[in-house]
Ligand binder design. Sequence first.
Ligand code: R5P
Length: 292
Amino acid sequence: MIVVPGPASKELGGKIAKELNAKVIGVFFKQFPDGESYVRFEGELENENVVIVQSTCPPQDSNLIRLFLLAGTAKDLGAEKVVVVVPYLAYARQDKRFLPGEAVSVNVMARVLKAIDIDGLVTVNVHEEKVLKKFDFPAKNVSAMGVLAKYFKEKGFDGAFALAPDDGALELAKEAAEVLGGGYDWLYKKRDLHTGEVETKAKKLDVAGRDVIIFDDIISTGGTIVNAAKILKEQGARRIFAACAHPLLIGNAVERILSSGVEEIVGTDSVPSMVSKVSVAPVIAKSLAEDF
Ligand code: R5P
């Protein structure tokens, strides 16, 4: 197996290769003055099983094109099998047409990746696992919640309460609670389809005097975490933390979250960021070794 770290996931790709004891082939990458991307594999791929690691974090559109160029070219160069590791899978969130005429972006993504002729995909905490059924090739979702919860456990937060800031994150909090052992619950959240503003409904939680960690798949603008932190403070939570697989952290998300009373934000290297303190390399490597 050869691992190719794409321009968006250089470090993570290297870590995955190390976990698998696999050879690494680098990519020479540049951007033309007009904004187009150029990629060149710095080694032979012929007859090899190739794993391309390329997250589609911001700038999503550019990183997607680089993924398509890499995966398509690997096959042109004679790779036997091409598996793409896309830890943050952009455009996976829109899996339904809420308003007439909207693009169901994940359907288009699935069709494009199929046309490129990839042999498999591994992603991390995709927003809704069921969207992977739309992919007409083996597609596997792995979870970062175990490694995130372990980070907190090792820092002495064994027994902390795990909170899902919306129903979509319930399974994530449950998974984290299996490591932390302090129970879990979830909040009801509604998002305005036009403004994107989120509203979170308060409910009685078993958090008074306790340390609480909010677990979510993505932190984007931070609105979801800020709302949850406000409810936790009102109910007397002791220390509050936020953990996510994909720290997109758009605009002033970090400042907003920290000033809402959250002590620390912890993300993974699915999306390189200032809070990417936990690596998803071991869980991805395990899936590659077992499933592909
Ligand atoms: C959507 O429901 C996701 O699970 C996240 O909760 C959401 O993407 C977070 O977005 P934001 O940080 O902008 O509230």
